[in-house]
Ligand binder design. Structure first.
Ligand SMILES: [Zn+2]
Length: 196
């Protein structure tokens, strides 16, 4: 899968299991971004002491984010034990009500932008979030990180465990006529539709 490097990911890193009240972190630490190894290391040190750390960094999707953490010199055992959830997100523009219905080469109906006074001739009104959630706590993905699994295998494993990818979410919005092919290509790149 391709994707666009440089889009934000959203990571929740926590410490001990939160199944007991005494283990639940009371004061979340918000780390606005951890673009370099030193910042990432500090964020994970806090997470390992039981702080709930919420932070962002750049990667093309949730599976790729694990590789980015490894690139930032976070050891696999630390990622496994201190990361609860990685969420990759994008914003897609909603088609305006003036959009027209068309049929693509596969015979599937969808909608494309047109433009009117209401949308100031952009063809779009408002935006919505698409996201994919990669859970690490108690999953096979967590176990696989220890074995040095590559990004594509990790994504496949996460999908087997129920993760819906950004592309799947975006295609569902396209199929529902909420957004357009052109918008998916703008946000995800020309290789959209390949792979996942
Ligand atoms: Zn319009």
């Amino acid at each position: 899968m391709g994707g666009c490097p440089g889009h934000p990911q959203f990571v929740l890193a926590g410490g001990p299991p939160a199944d007991r009240p005494e283990n639940r972190p009371r004061n979340p630490t918000h780390c606005s971004a951890m673009p370099i190894p030193a910042t990432a290391s500090i964020a994970y040190q806090a997470a390992l002491t039981g702080q709930l750390v919420i932070t962002t960094f750049h990667a093309s999707d949730a599976a790729t984010a694990v590789g980015r953490l490894l690139d930032m010199e976070i050891p696999p055992y630390v990622i496994r034990s201190a990361t609860n959830l990685i969420v990759a997100q994008r914003l897609l523009r909603n088609l305006c009500t003036c959009a027209e219905s068309i049929t693509d080469v596969d015979g599937k109906p969808h909608r494309q932008s047109r433009g009117c006074e209401r949308c100031q001739h952009t063809g779009y009104q408002g935006r919505r979030l698409v996201a994919e959630s990669l859970w690490l706590e108690g999953t096979q993905v967590n176990q696989a990180i220890r074995t040095g699994i590559d990004t594509n295998q990790l994504r496949e494993l996460a999908m087997q465990e129920g993760m819906r990818t950004l592309h799947q979410e975006a295609l569902a919005l396209r199929a529902a006529g909420i957004t357009s092919d052109a918008e998916l290509i703008r946000v995800f790149g020309l290789n959209f539709g390949e792979g996942h």
